[in-house]
Write a protein that binds this ligand. Structure first.
Ligand code: EPU
Length: 323
């Protein structure tokens, strides 16, 4: 056996061992799998598998997973709705955790007028439930194809607002398994960024509605945003906006002005509808998407002198290492 092959065999064995050691510690409701394909769990639909994948069904099981991973120096990655990720073709060497079990999808209005939302709740459902309850202020979240946890991690935003505008408290679990509640003033948030979630997992948040209104008026506002989005963003599979808007500039406009709409590598293509989206025409690979990201960055640097920074995450890796 060549040394590379034997190294691969040892690695494979240790992932099997890690999963086998975990299984008896978890409740039967918690899912645990080896080599779980991730492409179908993301909106871009590219990339490989998670070496180990888990969907915990309780706080205790989440703690067990995290502590076991920390103990073995296994990298932990959270997977929300997979709407802001590019998964590399080789997959992810780590433990990927999805808060997909119903237990994480709470929407609980409180007597003080605020509402507790779980990290696994889809933003679309949050909007629908808030409209039903007559609570305004969350309409802008409707079009973001993520869940609450992912939105907190990225400080997701649309239509001039971002999620931390409406957050009053956030609950998280550190990788050591400790649960903490942080008030707004203790949080360090910025454009597409929340420092507290670099090495912790969002469990949920307490949100403050703007006001009360009837469901019909709220739904009308949601419709306005939905129409605006449908006119300006592509429908094909994508990971949303690829690059952050540089201060005072629009990444989409810059890429468009560089004549890059329609540029493609394999089935990965710069959208003709919005140039800051890379769409998957069907059979794109992670490598196709990465190559196209490189090309777009290079062209915008050469033509406009602007260095675009990715907004989407390269799952399990650092963009710095591939760009
Ligand atoms: N534009 C072009 N050509 C294009 C695309 C856009 O000229 O191909 C122009 C538009 O005409 C407009 C300006 O660029 O004048 C800005 O475009 P848009 O209004 O679509 O907003 P954006 O800054 O590109 C941001 C967020 C989106 C969010 C929209 C709507 C970022 C990087 N993007 O897009 O978020 O949905 O506002 O609120 O902050 C995401 O985070 O994944 C995302 C899609």
């Amino acid at each position: 056996m060549s040394s590379e092959l034997s190294l691969l065999a040892v690695k494979t064995l240790s992932w099997d061992e890690f999963a086998a050691a975990l299984a008896p510690l978890l409740s039967p409701e918690t899912r645990l799998r080896r080599e779980e394909p991730l492409a179908t769990k993301t909106t871009m639909r590219v990339g490989g598998a998670a070496r180990v994948y888990a969907e915990p069904a309780s706080i205790a099981d989440l703690q067990t997973l995290l502590r076991a991973a920390v103990q073995r120096s296994v990298k932990v990655l959270l997977l929300g709705r997979g709407s802001n990720l590019i998964v590399p073709d080789e997959g992810v060497d780590g433990l990927v955790i999805g808060l997909a079990h119903d237990v994480w999808a709470a929407f609980e209005p409180r007597s003080d007028g605020r509402v507790w939302v779980g990290a696994g709740l889809r933003l679309k459902n949050l909007c629908g439930l808030a409209a039903k309850a007559g609570l305004t202020g969350f309409e802008f979240l409707e079009g973001i194809p993520g869940n609450v946890g992912g939105a907190l991690r990225m400080n997701a935003g649309a239509m001039g607002g971002w999620i931390f505008d409406v957050v009053e408290e956030m609950q998280l679990m550190t990788f050591a398994g400790e649960v903490k509640t942080l008030g707004k003033s203790a949080l360090h948030v910025d454009y597409r960024h929340c420092a507290e979630l670099h090495d912790a997992i969002a469990l949920g948040a307490v949100l403050r509605p703007a006001a009360h209104a009837d469901a019909e008026a709220i739904n009308r506002q949601i419709d306005v945003y939905r129409r605006k989005r449908h006119e300006s963003q592509p429908r094909e599979p994508s990971a949303g906006c690829v690059f952050k808007n540089p201060p005072g500039l629009s990444a989409g406009r810059l890429i468009d002005e560089c004549g890059l709409k329609g540029e493609h590598v394999g089935d990965a293509e710069v959208s003709g509808v919005h140039a800051n989206f890379i769409i998957n025409r069907g059979q794109a690979t992670g490598a196709d998407v990465l190559e196209l990201v490189r090309r777009v960055r290079t062209r915008v640097r050469q033509v406009r002198g602007v260095e675009l920074e990715p907004e989407v995450l390269l799952y399990g890796k650092n963009w710095r290492d591939v760009l």
